[in-house]
Write a protein that binds this ligand. Structure first.
Ligand SMILES: Cc1ncc(COP(=O)(O)O)c(C=O)c1O
Ligand SMILES: O=C(O)CC[SeH]
Length: 410
């Protein structure tokens, strides 16, 4: 079988497995314990924190380990709600400062976010705890447009959360430009500070990610997208000092009380090792995945000619180097049907967490302006660091044979 679903999850690099097993064997102590076994664990955690910070151009003290990206994203939206409430209570009594605090906290996000942002925002909205603007991506560029985000800002806006790259289309969002514009707004606003978050899950390990260049207050890190284990982290620019961070959990004081619970040392060790590999090899990873993806697109074009629609080709938009969202046009060639008949290819029609959504076309692709009958045939092919041209040849031949079979069956 040939795996081409690296946006869903990645295997662990051998060096990462080695770091995890070493921590399991040698650093099993409680990191808070004051004897050698604990000190060993604490040292591994500190080294990993440094490596994760280095991967994104941040400082170690700005990294908070979490169970994964879902927790990190939830922590940001929870913090924004608390930020609004505390800002409002401190504004009470100050003449004229009540403006902007009447009503609910307002969140701005896009209509193509991962469910761990989308569903949290929808929940807050349905519970009348927040107003939410889901800014639609442009159907021309597949990208959320800066002017549309800025136009959505209200006096009670307390958070803007826009993913750095989309998991289905691979489209890279203009987060740096959005942050630059909103920081200027914040300087002149009399109202609550607008916090800035990006979910970088799909970008890390594929393209350069630098928190200073982006200008974000928060950035979500997801290990299992860059050959690390199922653990994550949240970058916060000065947690509790420059940038608010309000815990969802209370307990033993770990992670400076921002995320208590005895640390998962082996998984943190793996995250740190994977981050170190990204920091050292990103340029090679990126160019290798890009050349493989381009070879895949060329082979698909050659074999399927005018029956192929590339769902990630948007004028003026940058795309992740590993992602190829493509539809083979034909009445009987729905993506799920093609994949279920392929003998070698392992891929998806869209986000793994939507895999139980039946055979409906991806709402992400429909939001990007892909016609329904084309979106229904979508295949999300995402290559990895070690995907070869031979893998591509085998996958394209598998698709060719499968299409021929399905069309002969009908
Ligand atoms: C864009 C994006 N954000 C968040 C997540 C959630 O991360 P986790 O699976 O660690 O909860 C994922 C992947 O699952 C993702 O692709
Ligand atoms: O896009 C994916 O498959 C991961 C998020 Se559910």
């Amino acid at each position: 079988m040939i795996y081409m679903d690296y946006n869903a999850t990645t295997p662990l690099e051998p060096e990462v497995i080695e770091a995890i097993s070493e921590a399991l064997q040698e650093a099993w102590g409680n990191p808070s314990s004051n004897y050698l076994a604990g000190a060993k664990a604490k040292a591994i955690i500190n080294e990993s924190r440094e490596n994760v910070a280095r991967m994104i151009g941040g400082k170690a003290e700005d990294i908070i380990f979490t169970s994964g990206g879902t927790e990190a994203n939830n922590l940001v939206l929870h913090t924004a709600m608390e930020h609004f409430r505390k800002s409002r209570s401190s504004a009470k009594g100050v003449e004229g400062s009540r403006n902007g605090y009447d009503g609910l906290p307002h969140i701005i996000t896009s209509n193509v976010e991962h469910d761990s942002v989308k569903l949290v925002a929808e929940h807050l909205q349905s519970e009348a705890k927040a107003d939410v603007t889901f800014v639609p991506v442009s159907k021309v560029t597949g990208r959320v447009e800066v002017e549309d985000v800025v136009a959505a800002v209200q006096s009670n806006t307390c958070l803007i959360s826009i993913m750095l790259a989309n998991n289905e289309t691979g489209v890279i969002m203009p987060v740096q430009e959005i942050c630059s514009r909103v920081k200027s707004l914040n300087k002149q606003r009399q109202h609550v500070r607008i916090l800035l978050h990006t979910d970088a899950a799909q970008a890390l390990g594929k393209i350069p990610v630098d928190v200073g260049e982006l200008g974000v207050d928060y950035l979500t890190i997801v290990g299992h997208k860059f050959y690390a284990p199922r653990i994550g982290a949240l970058y916060v620019d000065g947690p509790g000092t420059r940038t608010p961070l309000h815990p969802m959990l209370f307990g033993g004081g770990q992670e400076r009380n921002f995320r208590p619970g005895t640390e998962n040392t082996p998984m943190i060790a793996g995250l740190g090792k994977a981050a170190k590999l990204v920091a050292s090899n990103l340029s090679a990873y990126e160019s290798c995945m890009r050349s493989t993806k381009l070879y895949l697109e060329n082979r698909l074009q050659t074999v399927f000619k005018n029956r192929i629609h590339f769902n990630s080709h948007y004028p003026g938009s940058d795309i992740l180097p590993n992602t190829c969202n493509v539809s083979i046009l034909g009445r009987t060639l729905q993506g799920w049907r093609v994949l279920s008949h392929c003998r070698k290819l392992l891929a998806s029609v869209g986000a793994a967490c939507h895999s139980d959504s039946g055979n409906r076309p991806s709402h992400i692709l429909l939001s990007c302006g892909i016609p329904s009958e084309v979106a229904a045939n979508a295949l999300r092919l995402s290559v990895g660091r070690w995907t070869t041209e031979a893998d591509v040849d085998a996958v394209v031949e598998d698709l060719r044979e499968t299409v021929q079979l399905l069309e002969e069956m009908n």
